[in-house]
Design a protein around this ligand. Structure first.
Ligand code: NAD
Length: 520
């Protein structure tokens, strides 16, 4: 029997043109166990390699990707509708930079570390060792389909794990492309396996036997995954949605802030977990700023060619979410400063870039993730007021503060309940792989990037080493006659100024008690 004939095929469409650009075979659910068995068997070999050997494969991957940048950019652009420049700058470049950062820092970050041993454990040594977890399941979304899959995969690999990657079914061409990239890097069989398909495939792999789950996607799916993982106590990282505030004070460089707002709101058509989705502007400069934003928007060109600025939406169902939020806002009195009402939208996946004023705090467009090219602008008067408005959603992924007063910016940044804050720029914390990345509140659990992003994929193992020459320890049996000595020892130990001679005397007396043969 031809196995492939029974496999479900996923058609691939270009969102920008609507044309079918290929199809892909979905991974049959019956293969889940085989994937895990293969991953587990490859883990024996992969985890036994030295880090520098593992990094050798990752360097090959990086070099191969750098050579094939243009083909990869075209694949991403075809499958997502994002402009070529964004495919390159915001998906490929951060992936390569992430791999480079890992190649530079993984050896040091994952090296066995010596830590200080307290006096009470005299004569011993203490270490931390980082042990890979096993088979890591990475489930990724469609908005940055390369970066958000590759960076966790590569981090897990560097730490010594093998990986099953389930990329988004909305961008299967990129999923296929990543499978080819891993093969081109010469990774041994079973070290990275790519499972293609939609939520049923994702659910089946989650229900399988992963040792760790790294999920990037919506809050809704994150909660489902966390529930399944909790039943089996499988550890997870969840990178979820956002509703990021951008705060512009009257003393900001308004020209820069307006340009920044337009980019942060409309890059990738607003389909960014860290898009500026709520723009708070100090009342004294609100009208001036609104005009600056509108002027900036006039220069933008929609399309997907090399010179276009704003691409198409990627996922048809997302358009419905954007539409519903806009309809509710307009119905409740919001004013369209730029864009069109949804009933005047053209057919297809390009949405008008939209600015709203006169919005209310309890509207969906302020409280729920929009993930589309819509920017509501809200006036505020006082610093405390804007901090409390910015913090008042269930999300906390990223935020930005715009002012020339560095002290004020830092103070506001510290008060925001957010995984990251950018001052006088937006989004870019994700582009520094030395910084941990992740969310507060419903925006996620855990971090990746940076040293924490590699150690996430490891069990942190504590080791205490004794040379084994002494026959006993003070805290071992027998306890006979030790209580008053322990009292004296601890009292001397926890004094503000330790009397080391007295401490040593008590310690030796306790040790002697431990070696006494008989109770008196
Ligand atoms: P999604 O949750 O619909 O899907 C994400 C992935 O999960 C896909 O691969 C999908 O097939 C899989 N999936 C769906 N249901 C599943 C289930 N029951 N079990 C296992 N897997 C399942 O999200 P999306 O629409 O692809 O992505 C958009 C969302 O991702 C937005 O909310 C965005 O904010 C968020 N996001 C977050 C980050 C971040 O780093 N915090 C980055 C990008 C996107």
């Amino acid at each position: 029997m031809n196995v492939h004939s029974t496999q479900k095929r996923l058609p691939m469409f270009s969102p920008a043109t609507g044309k079918q650009i290929g199809e892909i075979e979905e991974t049959p659910l019956s293969e889940v166990t085989t994937f895990y068995e293969k991953g587990r068997s490859a883990f024996q070999m992969w985890s036994a390699l030295s880090i520098s050997n593992r990094l050798h494969y990752l360097r090959t991957l990086k070099e191969y990707m750098a050579l094939h940048m243009e083909e990869i950019a075209k694949t991403i652009s075809d499958n997502t509708g994002k402009v070529l420049t964004e495919a390159l700058v915001a998906d490929i470049m951060p992936t390569l930079d992430g791999i480079e950062h890992i190649c530079k820092h993984a050896e040091k970050g994952l090296k066995r570390k010596t830590v200080k041993t307290p006096l009470l454990l005299m004569g011993k040594k203490s270490f931390i060792e980082y042990m890979p977890r096993g088979v890591v399941l990475v489930i990724s979304p469609w908005n940055y389909p390369l970066q958000l899959a590759m960076v966790p995969v590569v981090s897990a690999l560097a730490a010594g794990n093998t990986v099953i990657l389930k990329p988004s079914e909305i961008t299967p061409l990129v999923g296929k492309c990543m499978e080819e990239l891993f093969a081109a890097a010469g990774l041994p069989d079973g070290v990275v396996q790519v499972a293609h398909g939609g939520k049923e495939v994702g659910a089946a792999f989650t229900e399988g036997t992963p040792d760790y789950i790294f999920f990037t996607g919506s809050v809704r799916t994150g909660k489902i995954i966390q529930e399944v993982a909790a039943k089996k106590l499988i550890p997870t990282t969840l990178e979820l949605g956002g509703k990021d505030p951008m705060i512009v004070f009257e003393d900001a460089n308004l020209k820069r802030a307006a340009k920044g707002a337009v980019w942060a709101a409309f890059t990738n058509s607003g389909q960014v977990c860290m898009s500026a989705e709520r723009l708070y502007v100090q009342k004294t400069v609100y009208h001036e700023f609104l005009q600056l934003v509108k002027k900036e928007m006039e220069t933008l060109k929609q399309g997907i060619d090399e010179n276009a600025d704003v691409g198409s939406m990627t996922f048809p169902a997302q358009i419905q979410i954007v539409r519903e939020q806009l309809v509710e806002a307009l119905h409740r009195g919001a004013k369209l400063e730029a864009g069109l009402p949804p009933d005047q939208w053209k057919e297809g996946m390009f949405l008008p870039i939209t600015v709203l004023s006169n919005v209310q705090h309890n509207m969906k467009v302020i409280q729920e993730e929009t993930f589309g090219p819509v920017l509501p602008i809200i006036p505020f008067e006082k610093e405390d007021e804007v901090i409390s408005l910015a913090n008042d959603t269930v999300y906390g992924l990223n935020a930005s503060v715009w002012t020339k007063d560095v002290k004020k910016a830092r103070h506001v940044a510290s008060k925001l309940v957010s995984g990251a804050v950018v001052i006088n720029d937006a989004i870019v914390t994700v582009a520094n792989h030395g910084l941990p990345f992740g969310g507060a509140k419903n925006s996620g659990i855990g971090r990746y990037h940076g040293a924490a992003g590699l150690r996430n994929f490891c069990h942190e193992k504590s080791i205490i080493e004794d040379n084994g020459r002494k026959n006993t320890e003070i805290q071992w049996y027998p306890y006979y006659g030790k209580y008053p000595l322990f009292l004296k020892l601890f009292k001397s130990y926890f004094k503000p100024r330790k009397d080391m001679i007295y401490f040593a005397k008590m310690y030796l007396q306790l040790l002697k008690k431990s070696t006494e043969k008989e109770r008196k």
